[in-house]
Design a protein around this ligand. Sequence first.
Ligand SMILES: Nc1nc2c(c(=O)[nH]1)N[C@H]1C(S)=C(S)[C@@H](COP(=O)(O)OP(=O)(O)OC[C@H]3O[C@@H](n4cnc5c(=O)[nH]c(N)nc54)[C@H](O)[C@@H]3O)O[C@H]1N2
Ligand SMILES: Nc1nc2c(c(=O)[nH]1)N[C@H]1C(S)=C(S)[C@@H](COP(=O)(O)OP(=O)(O)OC[C@H]3O[C@@H](n4cnc5c(=O)[nH]c(N)nc54)[C@H](O)[C@@H]3O)O[C@H]1N2
Ligand SMILES: [Mo]
Length: 770
Amino acid sequence: MGIAKTIRPYHSPAGGWGALKAMGTALAEQDIALSGMVTLSRMNQPGGFDCPGCGWADPKNPSPFEYCENGGKAVAWEATQKRCTPEFFATHTVSGLSTWDDFDLEMVGRLTHPMRYDAATDHYVPVSWEEAFATTARHLNALPDPNMAEFYTSGRASNEAAFLYQLFARLHGTNNFPDCSNMCHEATSVGLPVSIGVGKGTVLLEDFDTADAIFIFGQNPGTNSPRMMTNLRDASRRGAVIMSFNPFRERALERFQAPQNPVEMATLTSTPISSRLFQVKVGGDVAVLKGMMKVMVDADRTARREERAPVLDWDFINGHTLGIEALIADLDATTWDHIERVSGLPRADIEAAATAYMQAERAILVYGMGITQHKHGTQNVQQIANLALLRGNVGREGAGICPVRGHSNVQGDRTVGITEIPTDAFLDSLKARFGFEPPRAHGHSVVTALEAMVKGEARVFIGLGGNFASAIPDWVQTQDAMRRLDLTVHISTKLNRSHLVHGREALILPCLGRTELDMQAGGVQSVTVEDSMSMVHASTGHNPPASAHLKSEPAIIAGMARATLGARGGIDWEALTADYALIREDIEAVFPIFQGYNTRIKTPGGFHLASTARERVWATATGKANLLVIEGLCEDPRQREPDTLWLTTVRSHDQYNTTLYSRSDRYRGVYNQRDVLFLNEAEMDKRGLKADDRVDIIAVSDDGIERAVRSFRVVPYAFPDGGCAAYYPETNPLVPLEAHDPQSHTPASKGVPVRLVLSSRATPAQQGVK
Ligand SMILES: Nc1nc2c(c(=O)[nH]1)N[C@H]1C(S)=C(S)[C@@H](COP(=O)(O)OP(=O)(O)OC[C@H]3O[C@@H](n4cnc5c(=O)[nH]c(N)nc54)[C@H](O)[C@@H]3O)O[C@H]1N2
Ligand SMILES: Nc1nc2c(c(=O)[nH]1)N[C@H]1C(S)=C(S)[C@@H](COP(=O)(O)OP(=O)(O)OC[C@H]3O[C@@H](n4cnc5c(=O)[nH]c(N)nc54)[C@H](O)[C@@H]3O)O[C@H]1N2
Ligand SMILES: [Mo]
């Protein structure tokens, strides 16, 4: 692969030799071609470490190669031989580094020393750990109100780190826990409890072995949870029906060649994945879901009239749910014209999908960011729950709702108390265990934290992992607000944009990664994580740390807490850092669901956190599962304006959120460039655009603020009318802060109204250059 910026369709299946080659390249680029393979052999194995990539579950009996191309890249990026040292910082000013792109920043390598920003020279300079902790303490203790601090968490943090972090912040006096989950699956955490009483999925990995049908809404497993492809491939081969709803024809949803399968690899064959892939319009999922339910309700009436078996599971509906009459009335009132217009799918397609769903004895409904990151994200999620409930597809073998979580421990962090909306029961337990009165007022999510920063009401930002400044929406406004903070602190492994978009004082605190040996006073430590299927298991690193100056996340949090709180709270932070089993004892005492924690993590594969919905116990306000009716199809009136396009911001195959593994996106045929806009030819013609033209993408909003990204290359692509797609995070400046789901506060990064303005015309020679 040269450096030419080409667009070349990819004709091979997902996975296969392309995946193996890409993983080999990633390891070689990080100078760990051999040691990387040794590290990978310990991934997702008993006694080894949990993949720092996605949150997909591990099988009970892992194969020796329990990893995927993108998990391999995640490890290569962490286990790299490259280093970002004090000498590097001495040669580059922060202003200079700000002109680098995200790929080049992380390619510098692992951070090796704690650093502080020196405004006089515009350099980061080394600082001792004690001084860094003292600086944090000085700022936190100077705040007139503890709620002027924001404690951000990214979902790679372990249960142990997250629990200590929330304890520290609550002892400091705030529930301000903006979390990456607020930009991700918050619509699940907020939407599902009202429907089924739990904010998590209801399936286990084994359920994929017996499902008759799997429906995938707005999720791209081949890129973002590639180990799921093994389950989908097995399901497809034993005859299960798989149907997908996605504006893109994502290659892995079409066909997959299993790198672990010698026959497929040798014969270059592959397994078809989706029996049908429906190219739904951006934001059109409520229309699809209501359409499918409408077909089912009609079919049920006919069946009953003709005295055939009903289509809806009436025993379940009558025994376990509320709201069926209102739901049916709503579906009857919804017209096909409207459904077809908003979904972009012909009625016959929706009928085909509904028929497959009705014929399946057991069905799993999978979903991802294409569902949650909309203004109507919560409503999307709740309509998926309705679809499941109508056929009793919850709390049964081979059936259920499967939100695929993002970061490998984002679900666990929430379970152990990283939440801005804590329940009284949880705070009472915290009080009983630690003998202090935790703050009761609800705190900030990502969006409300940003609003507070914009207003100047927040002064200190602490980030436990992640790359907040880049992941957030509305950069011009929000990054400007971050620059006005008194202090920004980042606990990180790699250099990223957030270190450059810093407060008046700033600290970079380098930590151990998951692959690394964590040696504390009490010996080698393991941490624990919870996957998308609520399995909790241990993770133990073996690699020597990237630098002798690194600390573990729990040790850094304990250091900040000790410096800030002194004897306040009476917590022996040193003892907790010396032996993480003591932190797990505290977690168990506060959350009884973790009963027997330290013993149960010794079981290979870990243990399952009980889920009431799985047992058909409904922990909702009504004591039943609720069929929730929403008005209309969540169409935005602006979708009907002829000039406006609905932009969805997606991940390439070669990135992990804001971390870029390369600038290419193999399955979508894009090489060495990320400033591209995918658009169909009819929409191009309407605007007089040609392939390879450069356009400015301008957000449509009413607040008078201009939000634009410039000079993106138009790439003709089979994409539904009325929509377009481009990569995240480059397009984050376009997402207005107030464009979020009012219920979950999830930024609407999969539904941004935009206009296009030609910025430069491709010359005839450039046009259509392949
Ligand atoms: N390699 C890798 N793995 C990852 C990540 C990564 O960046 N790289 N990120 C991790 C994280 S934090 C998360 S949350 C997950 C994200 O994983 P996904 O949920 O798969 O996230 P995306 O790729 O952003 O978008 C998912 C799909 O939604 C489709 N889509 C866009 N708009 C719509 C819509 O309106 N309706 C429908 N039905 N579909 C739509 C897109 O075309 C895309 O295929 O993956 C995790 N795993
Ligand atoms: N427009 C748009 N915006 C989005 C999204 C979208 O689809 N579209 N997706 C949203 C989603 S789903 C999410 S989850 C967020 C992601 O937001 P974040 O979780 O904040 O971002 P990441 O890019 O995952 O963070 C990468 C950084 O984490 C640090 N890191 C890596 N490993 C470790 C570790 O073990 N410990 C510590 N302490 N640090 C580590 C490294 O320094 C690295 O640079 O972005 C959101 N923003
Ligand atoms: Mo995420």
